[in-house]
Each structure stands twice: as structure tokens, then as C-alpha cells.
Design a protein around this ligand. Structure first.
Ligand code: SAM
Length: 235
């Protein structure tokens, strides 16, 4: 049973699910492929055997992980929005050697898994939608093994020189293009709002430490419009 806010977010993603991949690639000019590539490259360096991909959506991070790590890895891919998971499952049926991914409906804020289990947790463009970020980060820290890593790919606050043009794009152009394609301008207005109010790299790093992680570092990509954080659980 989800809270009213979580249900609203879930409903919004259900509404845009069918156009989600297409809009991602159009709105980012295809750069989202590169962002997920960097995330997966960093995560695979940990040589994980058990991975949890949270807010997996249509599954692109999970598929990239499976492709990079071959078959001896098990990937649990969780999302609370069944229509998004249905897209992922359809893709899984079409791509060979993806049987080591298990797509499961669930809430990242109340994970159904024991403590100290996963080597790596990944989450791309999901943390921003958490109703209670601290609760979500603490939950991730709980299921990670000691010494395990969380990798977060998320929008961030861009470099100063890029801010004016970026926010004009976010506020006006993005909802307009998304509205035409998805017929749901409001969903993308909401998403643009969450991007604008999301913390800087330094603040998110601080929040990761507050949630119990022992180390946190971040890199910015594409004028720092997105960032990748790696946070490590204490041994
Ligand atoms: C912007 S999409 C990102 C999907 C995918 N990771 C990607 O890279 O394209 C955000 C996803 O997070 C999911 N989500 C948001 N809050 C969640 C929560 N508390 N538990 C599980 N999934 C959640 C939404 O249903 C949605 O599919």
C-alpha cells in the first residue's frame, strides 16, 4: 500500500510509460545512452555478483549491466510501476542472454530483502522521485554488503555558465516537446520541477553520509547537468 504521494508518482509514470524511452532519447538528444554507459562502467569495476537496480523503469541500466557482466551475475531490478516493468519484460523477451535479470514490483523505500546482501546497488533517475530521500538511502545502505557500493545517476545543478539556457529548456521547451509526444505536459512539468529543486553534488554527498554511508564522491557529466555519486557502506 503506497502513500498518496507515492501513488501519484506511480500513476504519473504509468501514464507516460509507453512513450518513456522515446522521450528520454529525444529530450536528452541521445546523451542518456552515454550517461548510463558511464554509470554501468563504474559499477562493473566493483566486480559485483549480486546487483540491485532500483527504480529500474524500462530496464535499460539492468540490461547494460547484464551485457557487461555476463551470466554469472544476478540482477534484481525493482520498480513500483508495473506498466514500466512491463516494458522492461517485453524487452527482456527480445534480447538474448538476459535471463539473469529478475524484474520485480516493489517500493525502494520498503525493500523486501534482508540486510547485507547486495554487492552493488544502482539507481538511475529514481532518487529524485523518492518521497523520503533519507529513508530510501538508509534502506539501500541496509541491503548493501559491508564495503558494497551504491551508484546514483541523477540530474544535478549545472555549471553556472550553462544555467540560464538549461533552465529555459527545462521550463518551456521540455514540457512543450514532451506534451506533444506523450500528451501529458503536466508530468514533464512535474519532472522538470524535481530537477530544478534537486540538491547539488555536494549536498547529495552530505545526505549520503547522513544516511550511514562511510564515503561518498561524485562526478559531473555534460556541464554537470547530471552527476554520478558512488557511496560506500562501512566495512
Ligand atoms: C525517471 S524513471 C527512471 C527509469 C530508469 N532507471 C532509467 O534510467 O530510465 C524513474 C522510475 O522510478 C520509479 N520509482 C520512483 N519512486 C520509486 C519507489 N519509491 N520505488 C520503486 N520505484 C520508484 C518510477 O516508477 C519510474 O519508473
Amino acid at each position: 500500500m503506497y502513500t498518496p504521494i507515492a501513488s501519484k508518482v506511480e500513476k504519473m509514470f504509468s501514464g507516460i510509460a509507453k512513450k518513456y524511452d522515446l522521450l528520454n532519447h529525444i529530450l536528452s538528444l541521445g546523451i542518456d545512452y552515454y550517461w548510463r554507459h558511464v554509470l554501468v562502467k563504474k559499477a562493473t569495476k566493483c566486480n559485483p555478483k549480486k546487483i540491485l537496480d532500483l527504480a529500474t523503469g524500462s530496464g535499460d541500466v539492468a540490461f547494460k549491466l547484464a551485457k557487461s557482466l555476463k551470466n554469472d551475475v544476478s540482477i534484481t531490478a525493482v520498480d513500483f510501476c508495473q506498466p514500466m516493468l512491463n516494458l522492461a519484460i517485453k524487452k527482456q523477451e527480445k534480447i538474448s542472454n538476459m535471463d539473469n535479470i529478475n524484474f520485480i514490483q516493489g517500493d525502494a523505500l520498503n525493500l523486501d530483502y534482508g540486510d547485507n546482501y547486495y554487492d552493488v546497488v544502482t539507481i538511475a533517475f529514481g532518487v529524485r522521485n523518492f518521497e523520503d530521500r533519507n529513508k530510501g538511502l538508509r534502506e539501500i545502505e541496509r541491503v548493501l554488503k559491508p564495503g558494497g557500493s551504491l551508484f546514483i545517476l541523477e540530474f544535478s545543478q549545472p555549471a553556472t555558465c550553462f544555467r540560464p539556457i538549461y533552465f529555459i529548456y527545462l521550463k518551456y521547451l521540455l514540457p512543450m516537446i514532451a506534451g506533444i509526444i506523450s500528451k501529458d505536459k503536466n508530468a514533464y512539468k512535474y519532472l522538470a520541477g524535481t530537477i530544478e529543486s534537486f540538491p547539488t553534488k555536494a549536498i547529495l554527498s552530505e545526505q549520503l553520509l547522513q544516511a550511514g554511508f562511510t564515503q561518498s564522491n561524485a562526478i559531473g557529466l555534460t556541464f554537470s547537468t547530471v552527476s554520478i555519486h558512488q557511496a560506500i557502506k562501512a566495512i
